[in-house]
Every structure is written in structure tokens, then in C-alpha cells.
Design a protein around this ligand. Structure first.
Ligand code: SAH
Length: 351
């Protein structure tokens, strides 16, 4: 049976090395290589016999292969295009904040949610990523940068709650003390609103931060932007959010992408504020406003700076805590899905 070395705990690595007939100190060396994401053949201080035995035993370390890398000259944001073992392309972005490096990881190749303004969904869904392929993005980026990544946002390509089991496995792996040991409070998961997944997640007992991509508070209008609303209305979504907060004590943040003439009028800000307050009860509310990053295949335009600040001011005057997300990596097109989409069409390697 094939063994993903990245998924093994300290104890499992020790048993594997013992089973292959090598002394215990080799387990420690092996663990250090795995934590760095080094391929078996490059684990230079392990005897060749052990490297061969690992391969014969079916072990592999499936770190995504770096296809393209872009570094923003403006703020140091790094965007990666990786290919997986079967050639699927995915993206990850590393952002530099005062408190350390944050990585935005992908959890699916493509996406089937069909949000009208999003590039990740343009060519549909190809497949789910395995937990180790999500983890591998962090190892590959850390290897490349030579720096520790301390925060994770699941806001890359794909819908985390549509790949539920592997995403939960990933969260356990990345949090493991003998793995990358990244605390749950340093992890955010963003969803377009799969109500069954939100309700299931509430029971996992993981103190991660949940973000909801709301973008419109009116069920009918949201249907036109986000087809998932045909399955669950905004009211059902917000009821699940309220219950999530009651059950977990963890507050939820709301993402709201501002699209010119679609959802950015002051009147919509008032309806948003009132709707959130009405449905969320005592939950402290935070809205993160994201100016649209236009996708050329779609007709949507970005809201102007004036409309953004008017929308924010209106929310604040209604008692809603609202911030505008700073655009990182403006010179490298750092938003999700666009690179994979273009890269998938043109794999010549030019940027
Ligand atoms: N599927 C998850 C996570 C991926 S997208 C989700 O829907 O939340 C991460 C965030 O970027 C979401 O809030 C998404 O709605 C937003 N987004 C997608 N395309 C965008 C674009 N072109 N401009 C601005 N925000 C976008």
C-alpha cells in the first residue's frame, strides 16, 4: 500500500523505520526531511539502503511541483503555480504581514460552485485535493522561501466544505505537534455557504475562524451571483451561522465583494446591516469588503473607491464593524484562480 510520508506522525515514522530494520536515530533524521518536504532521493544523510527500502515499501512525499512563481515588487506577496502528480494545476499565495507569513491554499483543482465573478470556476471542477496535497503547498512554499509560514487561509481555488473529509484531515495534520504545529486560531476557512458543511463543522470542535462569502443579503439577487443560493437561501445560511456561533463561541466574518452597480449602493449597505443584525442575534458581526478583481470573461466591474468608502461608512453608521481588504500583490494578479486558468490555457511558462 502506498504511504504518504507527510501524513505520518512521529510514532508512525518510528515504527516504519523500525519495521524496515534501521536504528531509531534514523527516524529522527527522516522526520526532519519530511518536515522540509525533501524528496526521498535527496535525503542525503540517510543510507541508500534505507532510501531504497522506503521506496520499495511504497513511500512517497508528494510535494507539489513549482511551475511558475511571481514575486510582487510592491509588497513581497508571492504567488505560486504548482502542478500535482497527475498534472493538475493549483495556486497558492504567500502574503507578508507584520505578524508573519500567511499562505492562501487551494483545496480543489477547479471549483463547481459557479460563482459568477470568480475565475476558479470558469473551467469547472476537476478533482478534490488530498489532505497531503493541501499540506504539500505549505511545505513547498516554505522550502522555496526558507521561512516559516505561521498562518493559513483556505481561500484559494476550490470550496473547502465541498471537499469536507480531506479538508478536516488537512486541518488535523497541519495542527499536529509533530507536524507543522500551526494553531487552529491561525487558520481561516472560507465558504460560499454550504449549510450542511457549516453545521457539520460546528461539531468538529476546531477553533478555526470561519468566513462566509456573502456578497449579497437578498436571496433572489444572490442566486444570480452565487448559484449555491438555489440550494440554501440567505436566511438558511445565516441561521446556520447563528447556530455555529452559539455552538462554538467562535465568531464568523463575512466577506463582501463589491461589484459596481450590482451590490454596492448605500441602500444595499443598509439592507445588509439590517439583515445581518436581524438574523445573527448576539453574534458580533464583522464585514470584510473586497473590491472586485475583475475577470475578463465576465461583465462585472469593480466598485470605485468612492463607492467602497460610502458602503463602508454606511455599514459603520448602522453599527456594523466593516473593513476594506487591502489588495496585496497588485502587480502579480494575486487573486485566486486567475493564474491557473490562464496557465491551463497557456502552459508555455511565460508570465
Ligand atoms: N470557495 C470559498 C473560498 C475561495 S474564494 C469561498 O467561496 O469562500 C475566496 C474569496 O474570494 C471568496 O470570498 C470569493 O467570493 C472571493 N472572490 C472570488 N473571486 C473574486 C474576484 N474576482 N474578486 C474579488 N473577490 C473574489
Amino acid at each position: 500500500m502506498a504511504i504518504d510520508l507527510i501524513a505520518l506522525s512521529d510514532n508512525e515514522i518510528a515504527s516504519l523505520v523500525a519495521e524496515l530494520g534501521f536504528p531509531a536515530y534514523r527516524a529522527k533524521q527522516l522526520r526532519q526531511w519530511i518536515a522540509k518536504g525533501t524528496p526521498i532521493e535527496q535525503m542525503s544523510n540517510l543510507p541508500k539502503a534505507l532510501r531504497d527500502a522506503l521506496r520499495e515499501r511504497g513511500c512517497s512525499l508528494p510535494i507539489p511541483h513549482l511551475v511558475q512563481k511571481f514575486v510582487s515588487q510592491v509588497d513581497g506577496t508571492v504567488k505560486y503555480l504548482f502542478s500535482l502528480a497527475d498534472g493538475q494545476l493549483i495556486e497558492s499565495v504567500v502574503m507578508r504581514y507584520e505578524h508573519g507569513l500567511t499562505i492562501c491554499v487551494s483545496c480543489q483543482a477547479g471549483c463547481r460552485m459557479g460563482c459568477r465573478f470568480c475565475a476558479s470556476t470558469l473551467r469547472g471542477w476537476e478533482r478534490n485535493l488530498k489532505a497531503t496535497e493541501i499540506l504539500g503547498q505549505i511545505l513547498a512554499a516554505q522550502n522555496d522561501l526558507g521561512e516559516r509560514i505561521s498562518n493559513i487561509v483556505m481561500m484559494g481555488i476550490g470550496e473547502p466544505l465541498d471537499n469536507y473529509e480531506e479538508v478536516i484531515r488537512f486541518l488535523h495534520l497541519v495542527n499536529a505537534e509533530d507536524g507543522l504545529n500551526i494553531g487552529y486560531r491561525h487558520i481561516s476557512l472560507s465558504t460560499c455557504g454550504l449549510v450542511d458543511g457549516i453545521r457539520r463543522l460546528a461539531k468538529e470542535g476546531l477553533p478555526i475562524t470561519l468566513s462566509i462569502s456573502l456578497h449579497n443579503i437578498d436571496t433572489e439577487e444572490r442566486k444570480a451571483l452565487m448559484p449555491i443560493t438555489n440550494k440554501w437561501s440567505v436566511e438558511e445560511l445565516l441561521a446556520a451561522c447563528r447556530d455555529y456561533f452559539t455552538e462554538t463561541g467562535r465568531r464568523i466574518s463575512f466577506e463582501y465583494t463589491l461589484i459596481a452597480g450590482e451590490n454596492d449602493s448605500p441602500d444595499k449597505a443598509i439592507r445588509l446591516a439590517n439583515g445581518l443584525k436581524k438574523h445573527l442575534g448576539k453574534m458580533p458581526i464583522h464585514v470584510n469588503l473586497i473590491p472586485l478583481n475583475p475577470v475578463s470573461e465576465r461583465q462585472y466591474r469593480k466598485s470605485g473607491a468612492d463607492a467602497v468608502s460610502r458602503f463602508q461608512a454606511r455599514l459603520v453608521s448602522c453599527g456594523i464593524n466593516a473593513t476594506v481588504r487591502r489588495k496585496l500583490g497588485p502587480d502579480i494578479n494575486a487573486s485566486c484562480g486567475q493564474l491557473r486558468y490562464n496557465g491551463a490555457l497557456d502552459t508555455s511558462g511565460t508570465s
